[in-house]
Ligand binder design. Structure first.
Ligand code: AHM
Ligand code: MG
Length: 339
């Protein structure tokens, strides 16, 4: 007997008596949008051929860029759900606010509609990431207060990786579950029950072209992994789509790092759309996530688009990272980009 994501969410919701169906209605908005996005991603090469021939799509519109399409699909399918109070997208400068009664519009949703979009043209996996918070009581008219919440307050988070199949992974704080889209029935079906990250993996994942600029703490840690100090011979993998790199880390273990660099001294990845949701999933699966010095989920955001250094992975690698960085902490320079 298969379990669809919809059935799974309904079951989860029974454990959240105050959710009253809103939560599943809201998640169904997200799954619908991701099915639309994956259909477009699958046609990406074709659309280019048609676009190059000067053809327009069936609605007679010019071909839209995929990231614009993905953003619009999420905005459209979520804005009609009255549980949504505020939508915050990596693609929109400002949050989109809805005028909903305070006991109806109870959720604030963040999303990165199409992560890794530079990989589309070369047929490499991309993804969608989402993160859900409650709108805090008393802050209905206070947008900054309602959106700038630390990651530990997330009620649910997840992503879809559009890879060799489309896989949805989510947590509502009671374990991590993975669902594979079965194209023959158009439904996400449970394929990974109660996912756990291996305690140690054999891959590290980082853009090594930036290595000369990494702060010393990171360079020394990577050297440790290469030397085999953790009792394993590490290999490296780097897709350049965070969702794909994280998905591998979740399944196989290991560590992903995006340290401060010369061009991004504060880190490149976004706290609210990328680091927080993946950190929530990692912790639920037995892993850890930090900005180099503090737990990601404890960080108090000061802007919706803020960036952060990001290190996420298995327990063994993350504990070794913490030991390494504590050991060099005395020297403040180890945290500055090197060049
Ligand atoms: P994007 O939002 O422009 O797609 O950038 C985010 C992506 C992540 O998916 C990925 O981890 C990272 O950028 C790769 O960056 P780089 O090319 O600097 O290694
Ligand atoms: Mg992104």
């Amino acid at each position: 007997m298969i379990t669809t994501v919809q059935q799974h969410i309904l079951r989860e919701q029974q454990a959240l008596p105050e959710a009253q169906g809103t939560f599943s209605w809201l998640l169904s908005g997200i799954t619908l949008a991701t099915k639309m996005i994956q259909a477009r991603v699958r046609r990406a090469g074709l659309e280019d051929v048609l676009g190059a021939m000067g053809e327009t799509n069936v609605q007679g519109e010019e071909q839209q860029k995929l990231d614009v399409f993905a953003n619009q699909a999420l905005l459209d399918s979520l804005s009609v759900r009255d549980g949504v109070a505020i939508l915050v997208s990596e693609e929109n400068e400002e949050p989109v606010m809805f005028d909903r009664a305070k006991d109806t519009g109870r959720y604030v949703i963040f999303f990165d509609p199409l992560d890794g979009s530079s990989n589309i043209d070369v047929n490499v996996s991309v993804g969608t990431i989402f993160s859900i918070y409650r709108r805090p009581e008393g802050l209905e008219n206070d947008a900054p207060g309602a959106v700038l919440q630390p990651g530990y307050k997330q009620v649910a988070a997840g992503y879809v990786v559009y890879g060799s199949s489309a896989i949805l992974v989510y947590t509502a704080g009671r374990g991590v579950y993975g669902f594979t889209l079965d194209p023959s029935i158009g439904a996400y079906v449970l394929s990974y029950d109660n996912m756990k990250m291996p305690a140690q993996g054999k891959y590290y994942s980082v853009n090594e072209a930036n290595a000369d600029a990494f702060p010393a703490a990171y360079r020394e840690y990577l050297a440790q992994l290469r030397r085999g100090d953790l009792g394993k011979e590490y290999s490296s993998r780097y897709v350049g789509s965070l969702v794909a790199d994280f998905h591998r880390t979740l399944l196989k273990g290991g560590v992903f790092l995006y340290p401060p660099t010369k061009s991004h001294p504060g880190g490149k990845l976004r706290l609210m759309y990328e680091a927080n949701p993946l950190a929530f999933i990692a912790e639920q699966a037995g892993g850890m996530a930090t900005n180099g010095r503090e737990r990601i989920l404890d960080l108090q955001p000061n802007s919706i688009h803020q960036r952060t250094p990001f290190v996420i992975g298995s327990k063994v690698e993350m504990e070794a990272f913490a030991r390494r960085t504590e050991a060099v902490e005395a020297n403040a320079d180890v945290w500055a980009p090197a060049i």
